[in-house]
Design a protein. Structure first.
Length: 287
């Protein structure tokens, strides 16, 4: 493949790229990594050990090709994903508020944003992406202070005064590791006691996206230790969420967060919480 360089009539010819591997290794591999985008690409497929690289070199017709096997292609994809992940982490860290939350823009119940931001950073750090320890320490401290205030009867604007939203975030934040669960046992037990109260579980009163994401937070938290509490909660949630499904297979919120894409994702993740592999918190890995 050739192209004109900017400000010049000179043509630049890119060597062809030959990718070798089995068909299953390259199914669904798109978009292509940047190293391949400006090249003519030939994919040579076949079982292992039949001479795919030899065929690729012969097809190059004397032009030195860029050859990538399955492992090398995987590295290219992973590098692109890693760069994107690092950008996301940087943006989230940059937008943390002074109090440790991400209760941004004065939205209704922004505690959900704080929960998603904190979980995203924890999962990214578990995958080896650097996250400032101070960032995670601040959100944990914010969570503890907000929980103490709500226990004292102070209405939380961050959760729009809906206890379910704040307590679901608090439970998830404070139960990520065995040490967290030990250190925060009193707070965790107090939240668990409320899970049998229908008024608490109903949240705002009608089911919006905030309820779905709060149910997901609680499900992920309880699954970490399992046991009767988890099994009872998960069984009740499955019954509840299945009944809320629309005829077209989606779920929608009936107040505030109403978008079907977001709500459907939360519903599915909650339904399948028992099938998800346990994610080791980054804090546990550090210790």
């Amino acid at each position: 493949m050739s192209q004109l360089t900017r400000g010049s009539s000179r043509r630049v010819v890119y060597a062809p790229a030959f990718i070798t591997g089995t068909s299953s290794e390259f199914m669904g591999r798109k978009p292509l990594p940047r190293v391949l985008r400006q090249r003519r690409i030939t994919v040579v497929l076949g079982p292992e050990g039949v001479g795919k690289s030899t065929v690729a070199r012969a097809l190059a017709a004397g032009i030195p090709p860029l050859e990538l096997d399955a492992k090398q292609l995987e590295t290219q994809f992973n590098a692109r994903v890693r760069q994107s992940l690092q950008k996301c982490v940087a943006k989230i860290e940059k937008n943390q508020m002074k109090d440790g939350s991400w209760n941004l823009a004065g939205g209704w119940a922004p505690i959900l944003g704080t929960s998603m931001a904190s979980q995203s950073l924890d999962m990214a750090r578990a995958k080896g992406v650097p996250v400032a320890p101070a960032t995670m320490a601040k959100v944990t401290e914010y969570t503890k202070q907000a929980g103490a205030q709500s226990a004292g009867g102070v209405r939380s604007e961050a959760s729009a005064g809906v206890s379910l939203y704040q307590k679901a975030q608090e439970l998830e934040q404070l139960s990520r590791t065995a040490k967290d669960r030990k250190d925060n046992a009193r707070e965790i037990d107090a939240i668990k006691d409320q899970l049998t109260e229908s008024k608490f579980v109903s949240g705002y009163g009608s089911i919006g996206g905030e309820e779905f994401f709060s149910y997901l937070n609680i499900s992920e938290s309880l699954k970490r230790t399992g046991g009767p509490e988890w099994e009872k909660w998960h069984g009740n949630m499955k019954d509840k969420i299945v009944k809320l499904q629309n005829q077209d297979g989606t779920w929608a919120g009936h107040h505030c967060i109403t978008g079907r894409v977001a709500v459907t994702s939360a519903a599915i993740l909650t339904l399948l919480a028992d099938r998800q592999p346990a994610v080791l918190s980054s804090a546990a890995k550090v210790r």
